[in-house]
Design a protein around this ligand. Structure first.
Ligand code: ZN
Length: 187
């Protein structure tokens, strides 16, 4: 098992749709183990396979609320969501980040409810009816599998800030990566 480099915005793998997983074999099991290691080291609450350069429909998540701990892998997921609330996001409560845009945070409205349907590593189908932050994590990670970053969903003004930061840090080009535990860009 290993902590892998995380691709930074601008790498084509992050901006293209991922492909379905055909079968869960040893290589997929190893990939998922490495995804958990990388997510935990970052640290992050979710990680999608394209973020470590693998264009497959897989994401991991790990998050605890007051009552429950959620930790798992979603293979070939589907996501059903309620419409996101209208209006501007509350910067305190709706601030989102991404390991592929490390160190940055922007407010974004997300659906309050999401139903995740996916397969686990044993090839067993499962469903999670998520609300609040867990629903947000699922929407964020599912977007990655469609080649969408949360920054793509921001308003015009925030998009301008993202462009500025991207230019300043030399991102926005293929091949940029960072390594959790080495570069310490998050957490
Ligand atoms: Zn992300």
């Amino acid at each position: 098992m290993a902590v892998l480099p995380i691709s930074i915005t601008g790498d084509p793998v992050l901006h293209s749709p991922a492909k379905p997983v055909d079968s869960i074999d040893g290589a997929i099991r190893e990939l998922v183990a490495n995804m958990f290691d990388t997510m935990d080291a970052a640290p992050g609450v979710g990680l999608a396979a394209p973020q470590i350069g693998v264009p497959l429909r897989i994401f991991t998540y790990s998050w605890s609320d007051d009552e429950v701990s959620w930790r798992g892998v979603a293979i070939n997921p589907e996501l059903l969501i309620t419409p996101p609330p209208v209006g501007v996001p509350n910067p305190e409560e709706e601030s989102e980040g991404c390991l592929s845009v490390p160190g940055e945070r922007f407010g974004l409205r997300r659906a309050e409810h999401a139903i995740l349907r996916a397969t686990d590593l044993e090839n067993v189908a499962y469903e999670i009816n998520a609300t609040g932050w867990l629903a947000r994590i699922f929407q964020h990670e599912f977007d990655h599998l469609c080649g969408i970053l949360y920054t793509d969903r921001l308003g015009e003004e925030d998009q301008r800030v993202v462009k500025k930061v991207t230019r300043k840090l030399g991102w926005g080009v293929p091949g940029k990566q960072w390594v959790p535990g080495v570069d310490r860009l998050e957490g």
